[in-house]
Write a protein that binds this ligand. Structure first.
Ligand code: FES
Length: 174
């Protein structure tokens, strides 16, 4: 039985319809729905969570439980550039903690925060999967991800300056 308010809900989030059509009726697909919703909207707003609850029949409290349990989910919008600075083992032993301080100081934000101009969000993350380039950061934009390796404080300052100036530096393509 489907007693959801599908037509009204679909009108609120038309971009989520392909996701809902495919997964809303699938048991055990909540995390997939949340991941794909976050990809589509950039973050999981209260409205989006209410929409998912309506469409899947999963209680909002359960969805909030999942969203707050997994660090991959965000409930706030991210900046135009999402900086993912790796703090995995290889990066950590190669000075990532110092780089994190440098990024924080330069942008004036802590891990998980967004600059007031909405340009940058900083996320400290676990291994990005390119440890041979440690220390590494990835910058996510609407155009895709760019990876920067063998970082130093000087190099980070250059990269952030180029991004802020509208001419993102070339990454390593990892
Ligand atoms: S530990 Fe940083 S990329 Fe693997």
């Amino acid at each position: 039985m489907n007693n959801c308010k599908c037509s009204g809900e679909a009108a609120r989030f038309p971009q989520l319809e392909p996701i809902m059509a495919k997964y809303a009726g699938e048991p055990g697909s909540l995390i997939t729905i949340l991941q794909k919703t976050q990809d589509a909207l950039g973050y999981l707003s209260e409205d989006a969570i209410a929409h998912i609850a309506d469409r899947t029949g999963v209680a909002p409290a359960k969805i909030y439980g999942v969203v707050t349990f997994y660090t991959q989910f965000r409930m706030k919008p991210v900046g135009k550039y999402l900086i993912m600075l790796c703090m995995g083992t290889a990066c950590h032993v190669n000075g990532a903690a110092e780089l994190a301080v440098a990024v924080s100081e330069r942008l004036g934000i802590a891990d998980g925060e967004t600059t007031p101009d909405g340009l940058f969000t900083l996320n400290i993350v676990a291994c990005l999967g390119c440890c041979s380039l440690a220390p590494v950061m990835m910058v996510r934009t609407q155009a895709g991800d760019e990876t920067y390796g063998n970082l130093t404080k000087t190099r980070i300052a250059e990269i952030l300056g180029e991004i802020a100036g509208g001419a993102p530096a070339e990454g390593v393509g990892a």
